[in-house]
Write a protein that binds this ligand. Structure first.
Ligand SMILES: [Zn+2]
Length: 213
């Protein structure tokens, strides 16, 4: 029997932790059966970088591709979860230590951030673990198509956006806002399907893993 799917997505609600400059998501019941309407029907208002989401190239590279241009092939398939939870700054040395001996085209970084989701933290923190500025070239040299992380950015809070720019310019999909607290390091199949938002700089996604042997 195929092993079970592990949901690595963050829940989206008015309680979601969001980037300091972003609004909280709002789901507003416009039609309500409790109020006598024939159906329940809601409107959704949210920043495109809310919860589990991809960054599109146009997020950091003006006039480049939107979320609808990101190929599905990059977001579905074999992925490695690597444990870098000892590091607040995930630098080349940390990646080298945790890197699998086999070829890797998609990598999900399990850091200490996943403990925050596990504990149900309610407020954005600025000292989350993330990639250092100079790791982009190292990842690209290894043929990476997707990099995921378990907080709302792959980039450290006070860093310039170098890591985003380098990865997005190389066509690497940046997947942010994962919860990897229930996931052991190892080899998985990743299913990540972001909304097909035309020309958008990001898109919310559902993401799940299935263990591979
Ligand atoms: Zn983002």
């Amino acid at each position: 029997m195929a092993s079970e799917l592990i949901d690595i997505s963050l829940p989206v609600s008015s309680a979601s932790v969001v980037w300091p400059s972003a609004p909280k998501p709002q789901v507003t019941r416009r039609l309500s059966m409790d109020r006598g309407d024939a159906v329940n029907d809601s409107d959704l208002f949210m920043n495109v970088h809310t919860g589990t989401h991809i960054d599109a190239p146009v997020h950091h590279l003006n006039r480049k591709g939107g979320a609808d241009s990101v190929p599905l092939e990059a977001m579905i398939g074999e992925a490695w979860v690597i444990d870098v939870s000892k590091f607040k700054s995930v630098d080349v040395e940390a990646l080298e230590r945790a890197w699998p001996a086999r070829p890797v085209s998609r990598v999900l970084l399990k850091t200490r951030n996943s403990e925050l989701w596990d504990r149900g933290h309610a407020e954005f923190v600025t000292d989350y673990a993330a990639l250092t500025e100079n790791t982009g070239e190292w990842l690209i040299a290894r043929g990476i198509r997707l990099v995921g992380i378990d907080y709302l950015s792959i980039q450290r809070f006070s860093d310039p956006p170098t890591i985003h720019r380098v990865l997005l310019a190389a066509g690497v999909v940046v997947l942010e806002g994962l919860n990897l607290s229930d996931v052991a390091p190892g080899r998985y199949e990743l299913f990540c399907l972001p909304l097909k938002l035309v020309d958008a700089d990001g898109a919310p996604a559902r993401a799940a893993l299935r263990r591979l042997s």
